[in-house]
Design a protein around this ligand. Structure first.
Ligand SMILES: *Cc1c(COP(=O)(O)O)cnc(C)c1O
Length: 298
């Protein structure tokens, strides 16, 4: 499975203000989408090496990571369990959790208080299960960083003339850390621009430093969160409608729309030079639209 990654580089043809290239990690898989596959690849490999056959992980009720983990485990013949943050009594149902269940994932609903101590939850439920393997929320780990660094190796083949500015959206910053590690490991001059999708995104720099060992060539753009994680504003919804209709490329309201909005805004403010090669990493997450369908009024 996944011997060949399908993630072509394309140009946004109708994009009004700048020549933007886009790395289509959203096309890797509809369910193990974008950076979630990059992050799970070496986690699964390590689990197999340790003779584990059951991934136990954590996420909110609309987590792309949960769907990706459920689908990847099903294909690998692994069991999967998720602690879902929310109400421990009410059984939450939505499109994302339906997909998790279809892929065979066991869901354990956990209130916010208990959810906070993930190692404790794991040890209480699976402490005596030698086949169970702890995977942190969002898949954050050194293995995830390694998988994301490979994106840069591919980009060197995709774009032999080099990339001036590489952009990605960030939640935990693990993907960004992997990209920067890849940039440094290959001795590239590329600047990594990170758009945190939550408020107070300055912490992303610490996360990147932790895994990449340096924040050289890192630029954070912390003003494009639109109110916070999974928050939108009418301007963002209008932006998504215009972008998708013009480009024929779907973007999601939680991550990639904030990324492209930031690139457009910086372009309009004259941030880039004409000769700059700008690349955006499409990290997928398109199922996130389902959680916000009510916001799209036509
Ligand atoms: C999870 C996710 C991210 C955030 O990745 P981090 O490594 O947590 O920063 C970005 N984009 C999409 C589409 C995602 O699903």
């Amino acid at each position: 499975m996944f011997a060949d990654i399908y993630s072509p580089v394309q140009q946004l043809k109708h994009h009004s203000r700048a020549q933007i290239l886009i790395k289509r990690d959203d096309l890797i898989d509809p369910y193990i989408s974008g950076n979630k596959w990059r992050k799970l690849k070496y986690v699964l490999k390590k689990a197999i090496e340790l003779n584990k056959v059951h991934l136990v992980t954590f996420g909110g009720a609309y987590s792309n990571h949960l769907v990706a983990t459920a689908a990847a485990c099903a294909r690998k013949g692994f069991k999967s369990t998720a602690f879902v943050r929310g109400d421990a009594v009410a059984c939450i149902e939505n499109e994302m959790l339906l997909l998790c269940r279809l892929f065979g994932m066991t869901l354990i609903f956990t209130d916010r208080e208990q959810y906070r101590n993930k190692p404790l939850l794991f040890s209480v439920h699976f402490g005596d299960d030698p086949e169970a393997y702890f995977v942190d929320e969002g898949g954050a780990s050194a293995e995830a960083v390694k998988g994301c660094a490979e994106i840069v190796d591919e980009l060197m083949v995709d774009c032999p003339d080099g990339i001036t500015h590489l952009f990605c959206a960030a939640g935990t910053g693990t993907t960004a850390a992997g990209l920067l590690k890849g940039i440094h490991a290959n001795g590239l001059k590329t600047m990594l621009h990170v758009v945190p999708v939550l408020k107070g995104g300055e912490f992303i720099a610490d996360e990147v430093l932790k895994y990449a060992g340096s924040t050289k060539q890192l630029v954070l753009h912390t003003d494009y969160h639109f109110g916070g994680y999974a928050k939108t504003q009418p301007a963002l919804i209008e932006y998504i409608k215009a972008f998708v209709g013009q480009e024929g490329v779907l973007i999601d309201p939680v991550y990639t729309s904030k990324l492209f909005y930031a690139i457009d805004d910086l372009t309009a403010k004259g941030y880039f030079k004409k000769t700059d090669q700008i690349m955006a990493l499409h990290t997928g997450g398109l199922l996130g639209i389902m959680g916000m369908k009510g916001k799209f009024i036509y």
